[in-house]
Write a protein that binds this ligand. Structure first.
Ligand code: CLF
Ligand code: SF4
Length: 467
């Protein structure tokens, strides 16, 4: 089925399909099955964003207020090999900070060069503010970096909007401030995107939705990106808090809400492929997009090992077998979901789903830390977004202090009509009924998309069988 952000696969060339089919960020389907790792080798940055405090990871691709452990290129490659052996679904390595990947060209490209040699099955990905793409396009090509994310928050040529976001950019050995700086950044971003696209590199653009600054401008940004053949546009909510010490946080610029993001996506229209499953990962994130296993892979576990030992651990053949199995599972899942089509106009319902990946409803409500949100009616379904909660309803016996975050969960799901989950207790079900949220466990271990479609028909539709 065509589930929102992933473009209709039959419309895409095979070469593009090959690039996205196991990239968890470029394909909504793939994100249920494949993992990514970020290696934090790039500490420096060459611009200042008002939503960033340089004590923390780059907020262009990460949640603010998080600090990642920095690695040397050699340590980074060791970590990738170690993790690739343990998490066989690993398919992508990204450099997304903690500063800007291309403000640290030596560390970034040394890492990619070694990865090409030791982990030839992995896709390489980088994230940048765009200032230095043109300068490094040859190396991006040389190391087969097929996926580049550029954060572009404004296409306003006057520099007016940009100057509210970027107080300065470092260009030609000078700090260029205000509108002039913003104009240079935009010009370099557009020049860089053009070069990437011309060279067959898939470009994803991130835009941070900043309330009161660019929320009404993002449709224009999306239009421009579409014209330039950017593959995917990811609208990320500003997460703003005075405790992060950012200019926006200290000045009280509010965080963007789910409603703000949904309205901006709506304004972008149906033309551009919109990414809706981004998790604003940290610069050392590990695992499926919905999980973060970075704490498990501390330096002591991989740094003392030799490259020979790590090649054995990495087990290229075993990994290839796992990927072939995932491919088969994905095909089976696609068959199970194939009778579900894209949503048409008409009254629709919002459905929340708990999953641990694999395309199934396979997580108990009590342990879920995020919900996938779908919109559905009798005609089809559409993936809308994921919503994260800080703590699960149940933290397990050993951590239980008798409280649970039900009010926060009720707030998170307040616009939803139905929850599909593997299991839920009577107490939370009763609580959720107060926000008119129906809970249904009868689709446990079933494929998500077909379950969402069938469940909406069952509870709210004309009660006709699919097919
Ligand atoms: Fe990392 Fe980014 Fe590559 Fe993905 S993340 S560099 S494109 S491999 Fe993905 Fe994470 Fe969102 Fe980034 S979910 S923050 S979009
Ligand atoms: Fe911070 Fe990233 Fe902006 Fe640099 S590009 S200032 S690291 S958010």
């Amino acid at each position: 089925m065509s589930c929102s952000c992933t473009p209709q696969t039959n419309d895409l060339e095979q070469s593009v399909m090959d690039k996205i089919n196991n990239h968890p960020c470029y394909s909504q389907q793939a994100h249920q099955h494949y993992a990514r790792i970020h290696v934090a080798v790039a500490p420096a940055c060459n611009i200042q964003c008002n939503y960033c405090n340089r004590k923390y990871d780059c907020s262009n691709e990460s949640r603010p207020g998080v600090t990642s452990t920095k690695l040397s290129p050699e340590e980074a490659v060791k970590k990738v090999l170690y993790v690739g052996g343990e998490i066989k679904q690993l398919s992508v390595v990204g450099i997304a900070g903690p500063g800007d990947a291309l403000a640290n060209p030596k560390k970034t490209f040394d890492t990619f060069a070694m990865l090409q040699k030791y982990a030839p099955d992995l896709k390489l990905c980088l994230s940048t503010n765009g200032l230095k793409i043109a300068e490094h396009i040859d190396k991006i090509k040389k190391y087969n970096i097929d996926h580049v994310t550029v954060t572009i928050n404004s296409v306003d040529e006057t520099g007016e909007i940009g100057s509210k976001i970027y107080p300065w950019v470092h260009y030609n050995h000078k700090k260029v401030k205000g509108k002039e700086g913003a104009k240079i950044l935009l010009q370099k971003q557009l020049e860089g995107i053009k070069l990437l696209v011309e060279n067959g590199i898939l470009v994803k653009a991130n835009s941070v939705l900043i309330p009161g600054v660019n929320e009404h401008h993002l449709a224009k940004v999306s239009k421009k990106l579409k014209e330039m053949n950017v593959f995917l546009h990811n609208i990320m909510p500003l997460i703003s808090d005075p405790s992060h010490g950012t200019k926006f946080g200290l000045e009280g610029v509010p965080s963007a809400s789910d409603e703000d993001v949904m309205a901006a996506q709506e304004a972008c229209g149906m033309d551009m492929n919109l990414m809706k499953h981004c998790r604003q990962c940290r610069a050392d994130a590990v695992g499926l997009l919905g999980e973060d296993r970075s704490d498990e892979f501390t330096k002591e576990r991989f740094a003392p090992l030799s490259f020979d030992e790590l090649e054995t651990i990495y087990d290229l053949k075993g990994r290839q077998q796992t990927h072939a199995n995932i491919q088969q599972w994905q095909e089976a899942l696609a068959k199970a979901n194939e009778r579900v089509s894209a949503i048409q106009e008409g009254q629709s319902r919002f459905v929340a789903v708990t999953t641990a990946g694999g395309g199934l409803i396979n997580t108990h409500f009590g342990s879920a830390t995020e919900f996938l949100i779908y919109r559905a009616n009798d005609s089809g379904i559409e993936f809308v977004m994921h919503r994260k909660i800080e703590d699960p309803y149940c933290s397990g016996e050993e951590n239980c202090d008798g409280s649970n975050p039900i009010e926060h969960i009720k707030q998170t799901l307040k616009d939803c009509d139905l929850l599909l989950t593997e299991k839920i207790g009577d107490c939370p079900m009763e609580e959720l009924s107060q926000i008119d949220l129906l809970c249904d466990e009868s689709y446990a271990q079933q494929p998500i998309e077909t379950s969402v479609f069938e469940a909406v028909k069952k509870h709210f539709g004309k009660k006709v069988a699919i097919g």
